[in-house]
Design a protein around this ligand. Structure first.
Ligand code: SF4
Ligand code: F3S
Ligand code: FES
Length: 232
């Protein structure tokens, strides 16, 4: 089948502003949008620029706006979209070139919540044990691949880009509710500030956008509740 792939293109060295270009490519129904982008790049225009690495929904590098929704290009198939497909960079982020956006601020916010285990106790002889129930407490948020589809779809982030955003809160949640971690108080303090969890208006776009099916809004509410409980 033939697919018309409409791509919002932008080359800062050549273009004053982004513009749409359409490419007709041969495609099979089971092809993913990433396969169609590759066909354009390899057969029609080698200057087309986008990020991708694993091609299997693991690395999180190819999130983009596809037919109006943030998705991973390597996970969404042509037969799920039809013969006309539009692709644009993630909303709310500065575009570097074509589908590549500037992720510096996104990763700075990720780092700001200390997304690693904090544990000052002496190193044990064996591993630190945890019950299956305690592990299950934060299982959902371990699935995050830092694709930014959530933060990029959040109207609160569009309105105020200093908001730390759902992805960083998901990453904080993963450690806040880990019984082996000792850094929960400092993370909750960071997320209690003006650009933290209180900027969430429970709009749910983030949860709908997540390619890993993480219940992001619930995770944010759990972090908000933990802040309230600790302050009481
Ligand atoms: Fe991507 Fe989901 Fe992680 Fe957000 S929570 S960065 S949408 S995997
Ligand atoms: Fe934004 Fe998700 Fe909250 S879309 S407002 S972070 S529920
Ligand atoms: Fe790795 Fe799509 S290329 S998630």
């Amino acid at each position: 089948m033939q697919v018309d792939l409409r791509i919002l293109r932008y080359d800062p060295e050549r273009d004053k502003k982004p513009h749409w270009e359409t490419y007709r490519v041969e495609s099979a129904p089971m092809d993913r949008v990433l396969d169609v982008l590759n066909a354009v790049k390899w057969e029609k225009d080698g200057t087309l620029t986008y990020r991708r690495s694993c091609a299997h929904g693991v690395c999180g590098s190819d999130a983009m706006l596809i037919n109006g929704r943030n998705r991973l290009a390597c996970k969404i198939r042509v037969d799920q979209l039809g013969k006309k497909i539009s692709v644009a960079p993630l909303p709310g982020f500065a575009v570097i070139k074509d589908l590549v956006v500037d992720m510096e601020d996104f990763f700075a916010k990720y780092r700001s919540v200390h997304p690693y285990q904090i544990d000052e106790r002496p190193m044990p002889v064996t591993e630190r044990l945890q019950s299956p129930e305690d592990r299950a407490r934060y299982d959902d948020t371990t699935k995050c691949i830092l694709c930014a589809a959530c933060t990029s779809s959040c109207p609160s982030f569009w309105a105020k880009d200093t908001y730390v955003g759902p992805a960083a809160i998901v990453q904080a949640h993963r450690f806040i509710f880990d019984t082996r971690d000792e850094g929960s108080d400092e993370r909750l303090e960071i997320l209690a500030d003006a650009d933290g969890v209180w900027r969430c208006r429970t709009i749910f776009n983030c949860t709908e956008a997540c390619p890993r099916g993480i219940d992001i809004t619930r995770a944010i509410l759990e972090v908000s509740s933990a802040i309230v409980e600790r302050s009481v």
